[in-house]
Design a protein around this ligand. Structure first.
Ligand SMILES: C[S@@+](CC[C@H](N)C(=O)[O-])C[C@H]1O[C@@H](n2cnc3c(N)ncnc32)[C@H](O)[C@@H]1O
Length: 244
């Protein structure tokens, strides 16, 4: 998924920022490392990472032109912001660590993704990541499919919500050790539910509908979800080391 409304995401991604903070905090850093933020979005989590690197450097990569432009505008000049597909990219020099938040489930091919990330890391370098995992927003998607009816029949969607076991096996296969993966239920109550659904979770559904059907669809989903709107987020945490 490369098509994002960066201006809206920057405003409503408070829940992603809160979840991202936990991942940034668990990355072991001395402060002088070079770290890759894989799927930087508008750079809100990248800015938290920067705070932990007073003598270090950040390379921030994202596939969406809008996200890259907004991250470039939001982040200090020192951050190396690049547009690239994480399943098909390479760095000139390996980095000391990789951070990634709320991104891997948007990448269909996790084998290609983990192989690229392993290649981008120094031997012994750490990967700390979190993304949507098995069962993520399952209730919301069921509601969206019920409201959309025939429009979404047989459509698998772009998401790759991996199980913890499969993610661990894949990481080991692609050159990682000290692998730990686990699912974490993380219910989200967005402050602006309509905008959050439109921009963050339902945009692949909306993109499949003709313009005139989008708002009624959104309305139908909101009605069925009932008050208060709580989204059944389930995060997949990934912690690993590039084998030496
Ligand atoms: C939900 S945003 C997360 C942004 C940020 N890390 C955060 O936590 O707020 C997901 C991001 O992944 C990016 N993305 C999706 N697939 C990608 C790919 N194959 N390569 C690079 N970036 C990708 C999207 O463009 C989007 O900016």
């Amino acid at each position: 998924m490369r098509s994002w409304n960066a201006e809206s995401y920057d405003r409503v991604s408070g829940p992603q920022l809160a979840m991202g903070r936990d991942v940034v905090e668990r990355l072991p850093l001395d402060g002088d490392e070079t770290v890759l933020d894989a799927g930087c979005g508008t750079g809100r989590v990248t800015a938290l990472l920067l705070e932990r690197l007073p003598r270090g450097r950040v390379i921030a990569v994202d596939a969406s032109p809008d996200m890259v432009a907004t991250a470039r505008a939001n982040l200090p000049e020192s951050v190396d912001v690049r547009r690239a597909d994480l399943a098909d990219f390479a760095l000139e020099e390996p980095v000391d660590a990789v951070l990634s938040t709320a991104t891997f489930h948007w990448v269909p091919d996790h084998d290609a993704l983990f192989a690229r990330l392993a290649a981008a890391l120094e031997p012994g370098g750490r990967l700390e990541a979190q993304c949507g995992g098995e069962g993520n927003v399952a209730r919301l998607h069921a509601v969206a499919r019920a409201v959309g009816g025939a429009a979404f029949e047989g459509w698998p969607g772009p998401w790759n919500f991996s199980s913890a076991e499969l993610a661990a096996e894949r990481l080991r296969r692609h050159g990682f050790d000290e692998v730990r993966t686990w699912l974490e239920p993380r219910p989200v109550r967005p402050e602006e539910p309509r905008e959050f659904l439109r921009t963050v979770v339902l945009h692949p559904f909306l993109a499949r509908l003709p313009e005139g059907e989008r708002e009624p669809f959104l309305e139908g989903v909101i009605d069925r979800l009932g008050e208060p709107i709580e989204l059944d987020y389930v995060r997949l945490n990934l912690s690993a080391r590039r084998a030496t």
